[in-house]
Design a protein around this ligand. Structure first.
Ligand code: C6P
Length: 412
């Protein structure tokens, strides 16, 4: 077998104009990638090219520019289908991001199907975007919520009772692939297989996994999967919802308006076929163009290699952080995804992040939209460093050096 060609990570870093700058007189160390990633020139150029040459509205015109815009938009859909190994582009709905993707399933499948006594199964790891929409559905339908528990500070799921939980009136299971606070990678293929055996519809929140490891919706076996473009080198305000064709065909529309119809009369409307039925109004065309470029960019590197790179940085950061006395590091000891959350003794996370920023290090501090999880862990907030393929070991060393200075100043 041929050895894979070694990747020149520092050359890739050169594709990101934003990373070369100084912040507060220090070189920028950008460790907030789980919130949003930076964008390579290739994505910025694709958006610029689109506006300079092809800009028009889609699916409506008979003129050349409209045809080009439509082609670009639909080519992005086909590219997203390939990225996820969906069976066809018709299974790809463009959204504003993961949050809207999950809300779309909640507002359509869940409101159509759930009734009092049914259960929606989630995990204790979920981001508010994969919790609040289900609370709203529960309030409206009379369904109840149940949670797969986690095991302490490692945050891995306790799946020992999963089959019994699934058998207890569960109609829908929605779970994150990678936890944005705990760096846990959930075994989604195994969990979805068990859910399918129990006749349960599955939703995977891939916000933290889509740009970090290979994703194959057919081998995961989920019914729906959502991700955001902004976390994977693409533009903000753009996202993808994959839905299994058999389900999409039977789904009620999400919002009403242009594009989602096939015939409108004053008192009734016949709806368009999926995926257009779920995309009312003028879509985020340049978002699709930029996302297309981002998917090409990531796949030219290889998501396996990206995962190994990010994981190695996260392991190294966790190892170096363990040098701090009294530190509490969250997440699994083995198999951590590319981020690390931690709490320093006697130091408020926000103070630490603000002081680190003075030295050019961008961290995130807070509950990371995981308030129930933070309550479960008994902390108001954590500090989080999250990595991407353009980050380096030298940046981790710089982060540790800055953190040492902060701890010394705070006397913690
Ligand atoms: N997390 C962070 O951790 P949107 O805002 O729709 O692009 O993504 C929401 C979302 C859903 N699920 C998970 C697991 C997530 O991590 C996120 C976004 C960001 O910094 C913002 S809180």
């Amino acid at each position: 077998m041929n050895e894979p060609k070694p990747i020149d990570w520092s050359k890739l870093r050169g594709d990101f104009p934003i990373l070369g700058q100084q912040i507060n007189g220090h070189p920028l160390v950008y460790f907030d990638n789980a919130a949003t990633s930076q964008k390579p020139r290739q994505v910025l150029d694709a958006i610029r090219r689109y506006y300079e040459h092809d800009n028009a509205n889609v699916h409506r015109g008979v003129h050349e520019l409209s045809n080009r815009a439509t082609d670009a938009y639909e080519a992005a859909r086909a590219r997203a289908a390939k990225f996820l190994n969906a069976r066809s582009p018709e299974e790809i709905i463009f959204t504003r991001g993961t949050t809207e993707g999950i809300n779309l399933v909640a507002a359509t499948w869940a409101l159509d199907h759930l009734k009092p006594g049914d259960t929606i199964l989630l995990t204790e790891l979920e981001h508010h975007s994969n919790l609040v929409p289900w609370q709203m559905v529960a309030q409206r339908t009379g369904a109840k919520l149940a949670f797969i528990p986690i095991t302490g500070d490692e945050g891995t799921l306790d799946l020992s009772r999963l089959d019994a939980q699934l058998a207890d009136g569960v109609k829908l299971l929605s779970l994150t692939h990678i936890s944005n606070s705990m760096a846990v990678v959930n075994p989604v293929a195994d969990i979805c297989a068990r859910a399918r055996l129990a006749g349960v519809v599955t939703v995977v929140d891939a916000a933290q996994s889509a740009g970090h490891l290979p994703l194959d919706v057919q081998s995961i076996g989920c019914d729906f999967l959502a991700f955001s473009s902004n976390k994977i080198c693409g533009p903000t305000g753009m996202g993808v919802l994959y839905g299994r064709r058999e389900l999409l065909e039977k789904l009620s529309p999400y919002q009403g308006g242009g594009e989602m119809i096939s015939k409108v009369e004053y008192f009734k409307t016949t709806y368009n076929v999926p995926p257009h039925r779920f995309e009312a109004g003028t879509p985020h065309i340049e978002g699709a163009v930029g996302l297309h470029a981002a998917l090409d960019y990531l796949d030219a590197i290889g998501r396996d290699a990206i995962f190994r790179h990010d994981q190695e940085l996260a392991n190294y950061a966790a190892e170096r952080l363990a040098e701090f006395k009294g530190i509490r590091i969250f997440g699994p000891k083995r198999g951590r995804a590319g981020l690390v959350s931690f709490v320093l003794p006697n130091a408020h996370a926000l103070d630490v992040a603000t002081m680190a920023d003075q030295k050019g290090v961008a961290l995130r501090a807070g509950h990371h939209c995981n308030q129930p999880l933070m309550a479960k862990l008994g902390v108001p907030a954590t500090l989080r460093a999250s990595f991407y393929f353009y980050n380096t070991r030298a940046e981790v060393d710089r982060f540790i050096e800055v953190l040492r200075g902060v701890v010394k100043l705070l006397g913690s």
